[in-house]
Design a protein around this ligand. Structure first.
Ligand SMILES: Nc1ncnc2c1ncn2[C@@H]1O[C@H](COP(=O)(O)OP(=O)(O)OP(=O)(O)O)[C@@H](O)[C@H]1O
Length: 583
C-alpha cells in the first residue's frame, strides 16, 4: 500500500511535467557520476605528482576541478528544478485532497472526529508529500553515488567498502525508527491539536467576541488552549529529542567506519599494496561516502515521513472510491408524483453507538407542505440530513416515488434539493454571489438571483446595499458591509430558493433571527408557493406554532420516534404531545 502510495505520487509528478522529471533524472545521473570522477581524477593527480609528471598532474587537476564544478552546478540546477516541481506537486496534492473531500457524497468524514483528525493531519502534511518525492529522487542519486563509490573502493581493496557498508546499514535503520517515532507522536496528538486550534479560533473570532467579552470566558479559553498546546508540544518535543538521539547514534557509526577504512588504506600503502593516489581516493570517496550515506539516511527519513502522509492520502483515495462505488446512478424523477416515503428508517451516527432515529414510517405526499416539530434533540435535523442524502440510513429506506434514494445519483438528487439551515453559512462574497451559490450554474445570473430574492422576500436587504448585488459583504473585505443576523438569514433564505424546480425544499428553522410575525410571513409565502409545485415536498422545521398551522401535515418527533402525525385541526383537538406543545 505504501509503495503504491509513493508510486502514485511519482505518477503525479510525471503527469504534471514529464519533461521536468526526465531532465531531473538526467541531472541526478550526471551529478552522481561527476562526484565519483572527482575521486578518480584526484588519485591520478596524486600518482602523477609523486612520479614527478607535472604535465599529466596539471591535466588531472583541471579535470578534478571541472568535475567538482560540474557537480556543484548540477546540484544547483537540480535544486531549482526540484523546488519548482515540488511546489506544483504540493498544489496538485492539496487540490486533490480538497476535491476528494468535497466530492464525497455524504458528510460522515466531516462529523467524525477520527476522520477529521486524519484529514487535518493530511492537509498539514501535504508539504511532506512532495518533499517525499523529492527525497526519493535524492535517495536514488545518493544510492547511485554510493554504488560508484563502492566500485572505486573495492578496486583498491574489497575490505574497504565492507568496512564503510557495515557502518552505514545500522544507521539507516536507526533513521527509519526516528521518523516512525515522530509520526506516532503526530498521530497521537492530533485530537489535542485539533482541540487547541478550535479553542484558539473561537477565542480570536469576531463572532464569538460578544459572548467571550461579556462572559469573561476569553481568558479561560486561552488557558485551555495553552494547556492543550503545551501537551502537544511536550509530546512532540520528547519524540523529536528521542529521534535526534537515535540520529546522533547513527552518525557516530558512520564516523567509526570512515576512520577504519582510512587506517586500512594507509596500512596497505605502507606495505606497497596501494599507491599514495589510492589513499587520496579512499580519503575523498570515503568522505563523499560518509556524507552521501548520511544524506541517503536523511532523505530516507524524509521519504519515510512522507510515506506515512502518502498512506493517509491513499486512505482518502480508497475511502472516496468506496463511497463513490456504492453510489446510485439513476436520475431523479422530473417531478414527484407520489412523494417521499420513509420505510422502517433508523439511524445511528457513524462512529457512535446511540441510535437517534428509530423505525420511522412516514409518507410525505408530493405537493404537500409538511411541518416537522418536536423538542430539542428529537432528531429533526438528523432526518433532514438523511433526506438530503448527506447521511445514509443505518436501517430501512427512503423511497423517492417508490425508488430507494440510494439508487439515485447523489449529485443529481442534491441538485434538486433546496435547503436553508438554522446554522447557515455567512458566505463573505458579493451579495449576488452569496445568494447565487445556491445554484452554481446560475451563480452570476442576475435574473435568477433577483427571482430568488423575490421568492424569499429578501429584496429589501439588497436594495439597502450601496452597490446592490455587487456589494462586498463581511469583514473579510476591507470595505465589506456588515449585515445584521436577520439580514444574513434573509440572504440565506434567498440562497435556498435559487433552485426553481426542487423536488424537496427544506426550511430547517431558517428564521430564528426574525421576529414571530416575520417568520410567519416567510412560512406563509413558502406554503403558498408550495401550492404551485405539486411535484415537490416542502418541509418546514420550526419551534413556533402559529407557523405550523399552515402545514398540510404535521409530524411530531419525540426522542427519535414519530409520536404524532396529522393536520393541525385534528392534532390540536386530541390530547397528546402536539396539544401539549401548543399550550
Ligand atoms: N454529528 C453528530 N454525531 C453524533 N450525534 C449527533 C450528531 N448530530 C446530532 N447528534 C445527536 O442526534 C440527536 C438528534 O439531533 P438533531 O440535531 O437531529 O435534533 P433536532 O431535533 O434537530 O434538535 P434542535 O431542535 O435542537 O435543532 C441528538 O441527541 C444529538 O445529540
Amino acid at each position: 500500500m505504501t509503495g503504491v502510495a509513493l508510486g502514485a505520487l511519482v505518477r503525479v509528478a510525471w503527469r504534471i511535467d514529464r519533461r521536468a522529471v526526465v531532465v531531473l533524472a538526467g541531472f541526478l545521473l550526471a551529478g552522481a557520476v561527476s562526484h565519483g570522477l572527482v575521486g578518480v581524477f584526484l588519485r591520478e593527480l596524486t600518482d602523477a605528482a609523486t612520479r614527478g609528471l607535472l604535465g599529466p598532474a596539471a591535466v588531472q587537476a583541471v579535470a578534478a576541478g571541472a568535475a567538482l564544478a560540474a557537480g556543484v552546478a548540477l546540484g544547483r540546477a537540480e535544486l531549482a528544478l526540484m523546488q519548482e516541481l515540488a511546489e506544483r506537486m504540493g498544489l496538485a496534492v492539496q487540490e486533490e485532497i480538497l476535491a476528494l473531500t468535497a466530492s464525497l457524497p455524504t458528510i460522515e468524514h466531516l462529523e467524525r472526529p477520527a476522520y477529521l483528525d486524519r484529514l487535518r493531519t493530511l492537509r498539514e502534511e501535504s508539504r511532506e508529500l512532495y518533499f517525499a518525492v523529492w527525497a526519493l529522487a535524492l535517495v536514488a542519486e545518493h544510492a547511485l553515488q554510493i554504488g560508484l563509490g563502492v566500485v572505486l573502493l573495492a578496486a583498491v581493496h574489497p575490505l574497504l567498502p565492507l568496512l564503510l557498508g557495515a557502518a552505514v546499514l545500522p544507521s539507516l535503520l536507526v533513521r527509519g525508527r526516528a521518523a516512525a517515532r515522530i509520526d506516532a507522536a503526530t498521530s497521537s496528538t492530533a485530537e489535542t491539536a485539533r482541540l487547541e486550534l478550535s479553542l484558539s479560533e473561537t477565542a480570536t473570532s469576531a463572532g464569538a467576541a460578544k459572548d467571550l467579552r461579556l462572559g469573561g470566558a476569553g481568558e479561560v479559553l486561552d488557558a485551555m488552549a495553552g494547556r492543550h498546546w503545551d501537551a502537544v508540544s511536550d509530546e512532540l518535543g520528547r519524540a523529536r529529542l528521542r529521534a535526534g538521539l537515535l540520529t546522533f547514534a547513527g552518525s557516530a557509526t558512520f564516523l567509526a567506519g570512515y576512520v577504519a577504512a582510512l587506517a586500512h588504506a594507509a596500512w596497505l600503502a605502507g606495505r606497497g599494496q596501494a599507491t599514495a593516489g589510492d589513499v587520496v581516493l579512499v580519503a575523498t570517496v570515503g568522505v563523499q561516502f560518509v556524507t552521501q550515506a548520511a544524506r541517503l539516511a536523511f532523505h530516507l527519513g524524509s521519504a519515510a515521513a512522507g510515506r506515512h502522509a502518502a498512506t493517509r492520502l491513499a486512505w482518502l483515495r480508497a475511502y472516496a472510491a468506496a463511497r463513490h462505488q456504492d453510489r446510485g446512478a439513476a436520475a431523479p424523477p422530473p417531478v414527484l408524483r407520489g412523494g417521499i416515503t420513509l420505510a422502517g428508517l433508523s439511524f445511528t451516527y457513524p462512529g457512535t453507538s446511540r441510535e437517534v432515529l428509530h423505525d420511522l414510517d412516514l409518507h410525505l405526499p408530493a405537493g404537500a407542505t409538511v411541518a416537522l416539530v418536536g423538542t430539542h434533540g428529537s432528531g429533526k435535523t438528523t432526518l433532514v440530513k438523511l433526506l438530503c442524502g448527506l447521511h445514509r440510513p443505518s436501517r430501512g429506506t427512503i423511497l423517492v416515488d417508490g425508488r430507494p434514494l440510494g439508487d439515485l445519483a447523489q449529485d443529481a438528487w442534491q441538485a434538486r434539493v433546496g435547503a436553508v439551515f438554522q446554522d447557515h453559512v455567512r458566505f463573505e462574497l458579493t451579495a449576488g454571489e452569496t445568494v447565487g451559490v445556491g445554484d452554481l450554474p446560475k451563480l452570476r445570473d442576475p435574473a435568477a438571483v433577483a427571482g430568488a430574492l423575490e421568492r424569499a422576500d429578501a429584496g429589501q436587504v439588497v436594495a439597502g446595499l450601496p452597490q446592490g448585488l455587487e456589494t462586498e459583504l463581511g469583514e473579510t473585505f476591507e470595505h465589506g458591509v456588515r449585515l445584521s443576523g436577520g439580514q444574513w438569514q434573509r440572504l440565506a433564505l434567498a440562497r435556498g430558493s435559487m433552485r426553481t424546480e426542487p423536488l424537496l425544499l427544506v426550511l430547517d428553522e431558517p428564521t430564528a433571527a426574525l421576529d414571530a410575525p416575520a417568520e410567519s410571513a416567510v412560512f406563509a409565502r413558502y406554503a403558498e408557493a408550495a401550492k404551485g409545485h405539486p411535484g415537490a415536498v416542502t418541509l418546514l422545521i420550526t419551534h413556533r406554532f402559529p407557523t405550523v398551522r399552515m402545514a398540510d401535515l404535521i409530524v411530531v418527533l419525540g426522542e427519535g420516534r414519530i409520536v404524532q402525525c396529522g393536520t393541525h385541526d385534528r392534532l390540536s383537538q386530541i390530547p397528546g404531545p402536539y396539544a401539549d406543545l401548543l399550550t
